[in-house]
Design a protein around this ligand. Structure first.
Ligand SMILES: [Fe+2]
Length: 394
């Protein structure tokens, strides 16, 4: 296999994206060092419950550059909002292989942030901007991932090893106490045995191994544990034992393969453009709420109902209110839903955006589809210089 010793970071597009952290203009960047728990590397493990898939976010605190591993198409808005809230400049979205059980979110992430789409060149997928081979390095700021070819589950499987060999992301090559199946997608148990023993279990004993999936709540393992306890290849198991096990698993055909594989061979690019909310550029926070910025509301306030859910005292107090807004205090909202006009979108506001978040959820539950929370509430609205009316004092 070729040994590419020069670090590759990203395409020009990704490099351009990397110079601009994905923080929205109306978001104050959070301290990434604090979010990273005081260390120099931010690490998040995310989970898609429908497919048991793990997605990993890593970022170099100093430069705010990051990489995302194995994103799930349906979780795109969750992952993007986390990246934006943390102000991470995403260099690349990497897939460990062309998955058969879910569609990758890589193309959507590329479309949203300009990051590179990285996958094994051997997978032969379209839209890949950073084709990877054994020995490549994917740099993000001062850190990098080393690319190791670990075929056997598919012929394009890669594992990503962090520069200091403290963590490795093994995709489906090695799972916690198990491994990926070898009975389709050019799988081969002899090849997988070599990949696992030569490329993964040869890492330091203390290297933490993060799998592509788990269905029973196991999040992470280590080289030492898998050497000792992996049911298929740990302890005294030989290659013959492993192959005998893998060839007799008799697993059902994966349900999603007919949809997932063609989708992944386009790097998750949808066949049709995705419908976007037509009434406003609503974004979804990591908390899961539809949100709009003060700048958008200031420009479009006449086209929406602005619903203010603060108390009467606050409305009449020194903070003021947005002219033309409708006032229903949060404790009365459920009883007074019928008072809200049903023929236009609703933007919910309060002092900081927290009570209005709850009100937004109540409206969504009651069947409103065109509803969003004002991000940062009236406090951010005022900080950004937008006007507030004040009750006349008698
Ligand atoms: Fe897989």
């Amino acid at each position: 296999m070729p040994d590419h010793s020069t670090p590759i970071s990203a395409t020009a597009a990704a490099a351009a994206a990397a110079s601009t952290p994905a923080s929205g203009a109306d978001r104050a960047p959070v301290s990434l060092a604090a979010a990273a728990g005081g260390g120099s590397l931010l690490f998040r493990q995310l989970f898609d419950a429908d497919t048991g898939t793990f997605t990993y976010l890593l970022a170099d605190v100093g430069s705010r550059q990051g990489v995302l591993i194995d994103p799930v198409f349906e979780q795109h808005s969750r992952d993007l909002s986390l990246i934006q809230e943390l102000g991470i400049a995403l260099v690349a979205s990497l897939d460990t292989h062309a998955h058969a059980d879910h569609v990758t979110g890589s193309w959507l992430m590329h479309d949203a942030t300009g990051c590179a789409i990285a996958l094994a060149a051997a997978a032969g997928a379209e839209n890949v901007t950073l084709p990877l081979q054994h020995g490549d390095r994917v740099a993000f700021g001062e850190r990098h991932l080393e690319v190791r070819s670990t075929p056997g589950h598919t012929n394009g499987c890669l594992s990503f090893v962090l520069d200091d060999r403290s963590m490795a992301f093994t995709g489906d090559a090695l799972l916690v106490r198990g491994c990926g199946r070898c009975d389709f997608q050019q799988g081969d148990p002899h090849t997988l045995w070599r990949s696992i023993t030569e490329q993964l279990l040869s890492l330091p004993e203390s290297c933490l191994l993060y799998p592509g999936h788990d269905y029973t709540g196991r999040l992470v393992t280590s080289v030492a544990e898998e050497q000792a306890f992996n049911a298929r290849l740990g302890g005294a198991a030989s290659e013959r034992d492993f192959v005998g096990f893998m060839e007799n698993m008799k697993l059902p055909h994966p349900k999603q393969i007919a949809v997932a594989l063609p989708g992944n061979l386009r790097s998750g690019k949808p066949r049709q453009p995705l419908p976007r909310p037509s009434w406003a550029p609503v974004s979804r926070s990591y908390a899961g709420l539809p949100e709009l910025s003060a700048a958008w509301l200031a420009e479009h306030h006449q086209a929406v109902t602005i619903l203010d859910v603060r108390s009467r005292e606050e409305l009449e107090g020194p903070d003021g209110y947005i002219g033309g807004s409708q006032a229903i205090p949060l404790p009365e909202l459920e009883q007074r839903l019928a008072e809200i006009p049903g023929d236009r979108p609703v933007v919910v506001v309060c002092h900081s955006g927290s009570r209005s978040a709850l009100a937004t959820q109540q409206l969504l539950k009651a069947g409103w589809s065109q509803v969003a929370n004002l991000r940062g509430g009236l406090s951010r609205w005022a900080d950004e210089g937008y006007p507030l009316a004040r009750a006349t004092r008698h």
